[in-house]
Design a protein around this ligand. Sequence first.
Ligand code: PLP
Length: 470
Amino acid sequence: MGHRERNQPRDVASAAASVRTTHDSRPTTHDSVARDERLISSALKIRYNPLVAAAGDGAWVIDADGKRYLDFGASWSLAHLGYSNADVRAAIMAQLERTMFAGLVSGINLPALDLAEKLVSLVPGEYPKKVWYGLSGSDASEAAQRLLLMATGRRRFVTFVGSWHGTTEATMALSGHPGFTGSLGGGNVTKIPYPNPYRNPFGGSSERVTDQCLDFLENYLFDTICPPGDVAAIFAESVQSDGGDVVPPPDFLPKLRALCDRHGILLVIDDIKIGLGRTGKMLSIEHAGIAADLVLLGKSLGGGLPLSAIVGRADVLDAGTGVALFTTVGNATSCAAGLATIEVIEREGLVARAAEYGDYLQRCLVQALDRYEIVGDIRGLGMIWGVELVEDRAGKRPNQPAAAKIVYRAWELGLIVYYAGNWSNVLEITPPLVLTKAEIERGVAILAEATADVAAGRVSDEAIAAFAGW
Ligand SMILES: Cc1ncc(COP(=O)(O)O)c(C=O)c1O
């Protein structure tokens, strides 16, 4: 049975009806925005519009007034299966019926073991593997740092400018995203340029951008401020997502792996955002045919519940006992949701579909948006795409206001999409993997209308004043 049939009982209309009925006295979007302003900390907000998500079905979100939005963001690449997958819901309910909580710190639960077995089987590499569980991508990055330092006895890390590995103090310090420049930690982290083909950090053409970035590390930084014998690991994203959905040249990961091997440095691939099928492979490193020493997963892994994982070298994940844990890590409910999520991805062929539909999405985006002078670059892999907005194509100066306005206008027209990037000027398109071709066409048509409106100056600065985004 296909995904859409399974979800038939909760179609969009009934989900919307459950949001508001004729005699409904539940709060409207207007009320909820005011309560949110009054009650919820700004520290956790990156808002692009006043969406109140009251229900969801497939790739659609329904707001508190019953209005439907097609979702091109999947809640920052979390909702791979959309918002109402019947199998994941059933797995969660079945586990809750057994027990409301079963942890992993001081006892064993079966869903954690089942999921670990599955995760180990997915990760390439001919070495003994184990799994560490957390609750959010950030804690996986942080635990990886701690365990790597303990396992290797080395003190340093190398990461990339533009990278986003988490929002704990240690993972902001590990990251190279401009949003984290206020965090001054990370004296042991050396950050190097990411091979961005559209904006070569070394200037000029992008033909040799991988070699330029890696030579800078190996033949300059390693000889000066960052002794390679002191580097425990390099953390990398295969597509640098929050840095602007940058797809590096195909030689990047193989050359990075080779560099690591030359110096006995471990390689950590952060697949928290793009893992589990989004790129058209189950794990992003499969595109490069390499093995990582640790793979980080999160976001989509929990099927909507909090869950993250590190999968990789047993000797690293066993570096200490009881040294990286929270009370709720590896809880049975989240793990049951995780296993069900992966099973649905496999059974419904969503990885191959991401590759196929991703090509279709690219064609639609190019056809609809390439005509605009403010669209500088359209790049992506599978079902992650970035549309980089510029003042003009020749100068390539980042056009942040255009990104904010297009995202806001698209929301008005019924499409959820976010922007990200080192200069906050890249529309990020990471839809649920269950999106249909008709939904791709619909979403791209809205994006094109929003872009046309912004290019023609029809969206005012005042309209977006309350939504700073990034
Ligand atoms: C690549 C990557 N790593 C780690 C994280 C942190 O995950 P979380 O915010 O779920 O803790 C993110 C979040 O956006 C991410 O994109």
